[in-house]
Design a protein around this ligand. Structure first.
Ligand SMILES: [Zn+2]
Length: 688
């Protein structure tokens, strides 16, 4: 039942299933409408473009920018996030102030937010809104009623990226890895209050201390809930979580989807994972008739099921009381909410800054009514004309990929046919859903914060379960339109680019097309390439799991890419540290693909018309400048060194240098031998 609202589980990138390539989507460009006025927008024309294209484009911006206090870096992505957060905040607060009576999106959004903010009403109700569920926990008398209660907590709180569901197991309804025609239940590990397995198991002094603080936090919450002997009980609850953590899959397994593809039949649970009363569990979970499951971490299912059998029932009840309070802490009286925040936001996120109530309320409203907020957002900021422009750009990118893939030299003919089939089936969805979630059956009442949250969870749960009886919907939105971002759903086969990311300076529907293609277009094309590279080559056109490259494709691809790794190896921002070409190779290949394909697509968009001049610059000049601008970033030395060590994306400057492998760039800017970035034609990397 975690909510829709604020979730503390760490989201990890499930490399092969659902890849949020967020940092690859940092397209930094100046406002595209003004992109041609590069001098006023951060360029440094004292630099020769062929010597340092990044500084030529961004030098003045870099000189003038200050990294805000408390941050390690600052870039256009940060600016867009700030601007968008403010817009969402304003929209939600306006809806709350308008206090609409009609049952539309604005009423639900406004009342949800206002109730969350009404701390007096929350205080006055004390713990009574949870009395019924606390009583259900107290009534647990045997394994059947324990299993039944645990089943009632199963909800859609994971989505292919989550490491730890909020409850003992998490549920994700998606197509099967092999049976792509039907939605099945994906079952996840969960039930830990701290996000990582290591938080429970590692023996470092730091984590030992964290566990002591967590135990104190459990005790504090139990005490506030009126549980006697809370210190001793807290120690036992922690020990139960340690045993749950031991059953978790090792973190390394999270990167390999083949290890998570464990199809199972409902009938097998009792023999393969004895302990839990699975009939009772699945009945109360609403899954009594469900035959097929995919168990992502079998060790967690067998481990937890055994604990249901072996552990003291009173201990389970304390564990459940603690997690119930914790789950609703934000909409419970101040003392509980403050204790919750103190542990999660201060200690666990290791930051001194607690979010204010407003931030929590906005996050909760987005979580419960995300698409209702998205509707309000796009009505104001991303009209249908903007969507049409972005769709037209996506269509040009796909057309450009069709030609590029057909002409690849490293991919065999049979593999090309499969790639083209996948390209044809690929759905590129931009802006917002064509069909919004219908929230009309979700009752949101002003003044009932906890009731609203529960009803929103129940709504999500029944929507989720209904999907088991519906055909696979490849274009169901996995992200919110009002949050800047992009998601690749390898399974099924779709990519989503939110209205939040498709805004100036990345994309401007009324602005200069050349800049849009060079900035947002190159970002989208980068993401699309992942569906055909070593991330996407294990999912076919329907998102079915299975490698569709041949060993020859793979070795030829690696041979073609090796030259790019060598280029990056000689990029050294510090005397003692260079870029690790191998570490950044996969993302750099995608950058290269993104740039080339976006350039092709820009030329296609001209449909034979001449390239117009704006501000003395040709379209192709504006295209490449917008590309280099999207990578502008100011970061501290520490941040840059950390990036070099751990990030799979190279620093912005070197991403901007992708231009040196593109023949058109040489022509457009008159780059010649002797220029520092000059590469002989035979040294330019050609993969896509
Ligand atoms: Zn990427």
């Amino acid at each position: 039942m975690s909510s829709p609202p604020v979730r503390y589980s760490r989201s990890v990138l499930r490399r092969w299933t659902l890849s949020i390539c967020a940092s690859a989507f940092i397209f930094i460009s100046c406002n595209s409408r003004a992109a041609y006025r590069v001098n006023e927008h951060g360029a440094d024309r004292s630099i020769r473009p062929g010597d340092d294209f990044y500084l030529y484009t961004n030098g003045a911006w870099l000189q003038g920018v200050t990294i805000p206090i408390g941050r390690a870096s600052y870039d256009t992505r940060a600016i867009v996030n700030e601007k968008t957060s403010q817009r969402v905040r304003d929209l939600i607060q306006e809806a709350a102030a308008a206090h609409a009576v009609s049952e539309g999106a604005a009423q639900k959004v406004g009342d949800y937010y206002a109730s969350f903010m009404d701390e007096d009403a929350i205080e006055a109700r004390k713990l009574t809104p949870l009395a019924d569920e606390m009583a259900r926990i107290s009534e647990i008398a045997n394994k059947e009623s324990l299993s039944s209660y645990l089943g009632s907590t199963l909800n859609g709180e994971v989505e292919g990226l989550t490491a730890n569901a909020d409850h003992i197991f998490g549920l994700w309804i998606n197509q099967g890895f092999e049976d792509t025609a039907h939605n099945v239940v994906h079952l996840w590990q969960g039930g830990l209050g701290m996000p990582d397995r290591d938080d429970y198991l590692a023996s470092s002094p730091k984590l030992t201390e964290l566990r002591a603080q967590y135990r104190a936090h459990i005790a504090a919450i139990l005490k506030l809930a009126g549980v006697i002997d809370s210190d001793a009980k807290a120690a036992r609850v922690l020990s139960l979580e340690v045993r749950i953590a031991k059953a978790f899959a090792p973190d390394a397994d999270a990167a390999d989807v083949f290890k998570q593809n464990n199809p199972g039949k409902r009938a097998d649970f009792a023999t393969k994972a004895p302990g839990m009363d699975w009939d009772a569990y699945f009945h109360s979970a609403g899954l009594a008739g469900q035959p097929d499951f995919i168990v992502w971490q079998p060790s967690a299912v067998t481990g937890v099921s055994a604990l249901v059998q072996s552990e003291n029932r009173e201990l389970w009840k304390d564990y459940l009381r603690f997690h119930l309070i914790e789950h609703y802490a934000n909409v419970l009286p101040m003392a509980i909410a403050a204790e919750h925040l103190a542990f999660y936001n201060t200690l666990l996120s290791r930051s001194d800054q607690r979010p204010d109530r407003t931030q929590s309320a906005i996050a909760a409203t987005n979580g419960a009514l995300g698409q209702a907020v998205g509707q309000l957002y796009t009505q104001r900021y991303f009209p249908p004309e903007a969507k049409a422009k972005a769709q037209a750009m996506a269509a040009d990118l796909i057309a450009a990929y069709r030609t590029r893939i057909s002409n690849l030299t490293w991919m065999s003919a049979t593999t090309k046919a499969k790639a083209l089939e996948k390209l044809t089936a690929l759905e590129i969805i931009v802006g917002y859903p064509d069909e919004w979630i219908d929230y009309s059956t979700l009752n949101i009442e002003r003044g009932d914060a906890l009731g609203n949250m529960r009803r929103a969870e129940a709504f999500l749960r029944s929507r989720n379960l209904a999907k088991l009886r519906q055909p696979v919907d490849p274009i169901e939105w996995p992200i919110l339109p009002q949050i800047p971002g992009a998601v690749i759903m390898f399974s099924p086969n779709a990519e989503f680019f939110s209205a939040g990311i498709l805004q100036p300076p990345y994309f401007d529907a009324q602005g200069d097309a050349a800049s849009n293609y060079g900035s947002a277009g190159a970002g989208m094309a980068h993401e699309i390439s992942h569906s055909f590279d070593e991330l996407g080559n294990i999912y076919n056109s329907h998102g079915r799991l299975g490698d569709w490259w041949t060993p020859e494709d793979r070795s030829q691809f690696h041979a073609a890419a090796a030259k790019l790794a060598t280029q990056f190896d000689s990029d050294c921002p510090f005397a003692d540290v260079c870029v690790n070409g191998k570490q950044v190779l996969s993302e750099s290949v995608a950058d290269q693909a993104g740039l080339l394909v976006a350039h092709d697509a820009y030329l296609l968009s001209l449909k034979g018309r001449p390239d117009i001049i704006i501000g003395g610059l040709t379209g192709e000049e504006r295209f490449f400048l917008a590309f280099a601008q999207r990578w502008r970033i100011a970061q501290t030395e520490d941040a840059l060194r950390r990036q070099l060590k751990t990030d799979t994306h190279p620093p912005g400057k070197y991403r901007s240098d992708s231009v040196r492998n593109v023949d058109a760039w040489y022509k457009v800017f008159g780059i010649a031998p002797g220029d520092k970035l000059y590469l002989r034609p035979k040294d330019r990397v050609r993969i896509w």
